[in-house]
Design a protein around this ligand. Structure first.
Ligand SMILES: C[S@@+](CC[C@H](N)C(=O)[O-])C[C@H]1O[C@@H](n2cnc3c(N)ncnc32)[C@H](O)[C@@H]1O
Length: 207
């Protein structure tokens, strides 16, 4: 128990910063965050790696939610050019009125939530009509052999990586929540092992 707490509160936040802050990932972050407009919600804001990237010419303010106090403490230390509010909350139960946001952002978060279907339904609820979900998420590989390995490895991987699932079908989850995918790309990172390298990058609309 004490070991798990030490891992989750001290070791994992530090590792997350290193792993999620690599140059290759930063390129995708920049492209994604450049599309944000208006009132923005970032779900699973983590250590706040996206916060310095928001452009005050297009973004009015950002609310970042995350269940992890140690990660929120790191996020509070980031520089940013737009007003930022950080709140302790989970994606599956967002403490906001319907239609409050113009943009909702998920970067490397859907893998870690307990219930991705519920999290995306909540994202849709808090988006205004015509608002957009921006996402960069790793997930299930289109290669069936890799996908099989992802399914086998997930129980072990989750235990050491803050509940991160390797095999979530991001496109299917977004569409099942009733959002319309406008743009869908992806990338295959050569800096990560195959079972962690397939990413879904795109924009979905709450039309
Ligand atoms: C891999 S990290 C990514 C952090 C950040 N989005 C980024 O791009 O650096 C996954 C994040 O999801 C958060 N998380 C886990 N379960 C969550 C939930 N149910 N609701 C919201 N965030 C959650 C974790 O605390 C962590 O900050």
């Amino acid at each position: 128990m004490a070991l798990r707490r030490t891992w989750n509160d001290r070791v994992y936040p530090h590792l997350l910063d290193r792993v999620c802050g690599t140059d290759a990932i930063s390129v995708e972050r920049r492209r994604c965050i450049a599309k944000a407009t208006g009132h923005v919600l970032e779900v699973g804001v983590g250590s706040g790696l996206n916060l310095p990237l928001f452009d005050p010419r297009s973004v009015e303010d950002v609310v970042g939610v995350d269940p992890s106090e140690p990660l929120l403490a790191r996020a509070a230390d980031r520089n940013h050019e737009v007003p930022v509010e950080l709140r302790t909350a989970v994606a599956e139960s967002l403490p906001f009125d319907a239609g409050r946001f113009d943009t909702v952002i998920f970067t490397y978060t859907l893998c870690s939530v307990d219930d991705p279907a519920k999290a995306l339904r909540e994202a849709r609820r808090v988006l205004r009509t015509g608002g957009r979900l921006l996402f960069v998420e790793h997930g299930r590989s289109p290669d069936p052999t890799v996908a099989r390995w992802q399914r086998r490895l997930t129980p072990l991987w989750r235990a050491v990586s803050g509940n991160c699932h390797l095999d979530r079908d991001v496109k299917h989850e977004i569409e099942a929540a009733g959002l319309t995918i406008e743009e869908l790309g992806g990338y295959q990172s050569h800096h990560r092992p195959g079972w962690l390298s397939h990413a879904y990058v795109g924009v979905a609309n709450n039309d």
